[in-house]
Design a protein around this ligand. Structure first.
Ligand code: P5A
Length: 439
């Protein structure tokens, strides 16, 4: 993408109510524009990141055997009346009336809708296990939307729903999602800690929140430091195998959010391993058995010919929240430092002298070479001062910068800068391509 033709409204002014660094940086880099309390337009740079995160999440859901679909944002009140949550959900639910005076709502989550899909089409245990997911906008009329996209009212969530015949199978489905989540967050460059959590309006008695540590996090969290060093299960994990050991490895450690915190248990950890910090909840998984299937009559035939309510769980990842969460974890004094896996562009190509014919020709060729190598490239061929070009590239945080100037051309090299380490090297373009590929 040529910067002169892109839409990148970088700005110096940050509204005073942008209290945390991720919110400030998202506004400064022109990733989002606020349209109302907790409601945002995703501008091109922000939209690219959102889509890249969604894609990583999708790949890991697919790897774990979940199947993608898409449910609507607007739902009928009847389904929620059937489950009993229509009244319970309270003011967080945005209720809407259509022209025929029908009660509708903007979905805050989709347990009811997916249960309705399930009961319509699935009648036999033979179709199980089944895990269906989508990535769709949700609306929750949060009492205090704040911190930009981290606590929005309209936000993008990936939500998956598992269906099993027995409670034991249901727990196996839960374990698959538990492991898939660890792999997903790892690919996003994050250390996410599974913590025992309150189940709130979703329900059930088994639930883990996935928390990344950040000073600006909304929740107080407590855990064992040794947990932080555990590697993710890995992309070669066999999702058909028994994963209870992988889960147990992590759940034997103490880790809880403030609602579930038990000071006596926490005190049993050696003091030097006690982590008491703040965290951001980037995912939340639940197993709630027949909470929805029973009242909504979602049953399956067993091998013996009987009929039982299906066992269910639900699994959420805050895709739009992750954009802010990742910036909280990945920035420095000059701006954002994107992990390569979800950077809006992998390479920022800077032409030092766009008016110089030779420089511009070499830079144009480099642009074509980098694109042909499969990279997303933002090519700054604008006529601005080099200083402001460098600052802007640092601010938007692309993992690699390639700088083309007259001196390098004379020596047959480009300058390659790694945004994270700040390391610069003068190498031939082919070598730079290799280094970017290696990540
Ligand atoms: C699980 C999937 C659920 O809604 N039903 C379907 C279950 N869980 S949850 O914990 O309530 O939400 C899942 C994740 O969504 C993100 N999230 C938010 N992100 C931005 N703004 C909000 N207001 C918001 N509320 C929830 C979180 O990452 C949460 O873990």
């Amino acid at each position: 993408m040529r910067l002169s033709r892109y839409f990148l409204p970088v700005s110096k002014d940050v509204p005073a109510d942008a209290a945390i660094v991720s919110h400030q940086l998202m506004l400064r880099t022109g990733m989002v524009r606020q349209n109302g309390a907790g409601i945002y337009t995703w501008l091109p740079l922000g939209h690219r990141v959102l889509q890249k995160i969604e894609q990583v999440v999708r790949e890991e859901m697919d790897r774990a055997g979940a199947i993608e679909m898409l449910m609507p944002t607007i739902q009928q009140a009847e389904l929620w009346q059937e489950s009993g949550r229509y009244e319970d959900y309270g003011k967080e639910m945005l209720r809407i009336t259509d022209r025929h005076d029908r009660d509708m709502l903007f979905g805050p989550t989709n347990e009811e809708l997916i249960t309705d899909v399930f009961r319509t089409y699935v009648k036999s245990y033979k179709a199980l296990p089944l895990n269906l997911y989508h990535t769709q906008w949700k609306f929750r009329d949060e009492i205090r939307p704040r911190f930009g996209v981290m606590r929005g009212r309209e936000f993008l969530m990936k939500d998956a729903y598992s269906f099993d015949l027995t409670e034991e199978d249901g727990r196996a489905s839960y374990n698959r999602m538990f492991c898939a989540y660890l792999n997903t967050f790892d690919r996003l460059g994050l250390t996410a800690i599974p913590m025992q959590a309150d189940t709130g309006p979703i329900g059930g008695d088994l639930s883990h929140e996935f928390i990344i540590l950040a000073e600006t996090g909304e929740s107080a969290v407590f855990c064992d430091k040794d947990m932080l060093d555990l590697p993710a299960p890995g992309l070669d994990l066999d999702f058909d195998s028994d994963l209870s050991g992988e889960v147990a490895k992590r759940t034997t450690y103490y880790a809880a959010t403030d609602e579930m915190h038990d000071e006596t248990e926490f005190a049993k950890i050696p003091q030097e391993r006690q982590v008491s910090a703040r965290g951001i909840e980037v995912g939340h998984i639940f197993f709630f058995g027949t909470k929805y299937s029973e009242p909504m009559n979602a049953t399956v035939q067993t091998a013996e010919g009987g009929s039982v309510p299906v066992q269910m769980g639900s699994y959420g990842i805050g895709v739009s929240r992750l954009v802010g969460g990742i910036i909280e974890a990945c920035h420095d004094e000059n701006g954002i430092v994107w992990p390569q896996s979800i950077a809006p562009f992998e390479v920022g190509l800077i032409s030092m002298r766009p008016k110089d014919e030779t420089v511009s020709k070499v830079a144009d060729e480099a642009y074509e070479t980098l694109k042909a190598a499969g990279f997303d490239v933002l090519y700054d061929e604008t006529d601005e001062r080099p200083g402001s070009k460098f600052n802007r590239m640092d601010l938007i945080g692309l993992p690699w910068q390639i700088i083309i100037g007259p001196r390098g051309i004379e020596n047959g090299v480009v300058e390659l800068k790694n945004r994270k380490s700040g390391e610069k090297s003068e190498v031939a373009l082919e070598k730079a391509v290799e280094m970017v590929k290696a990540g």
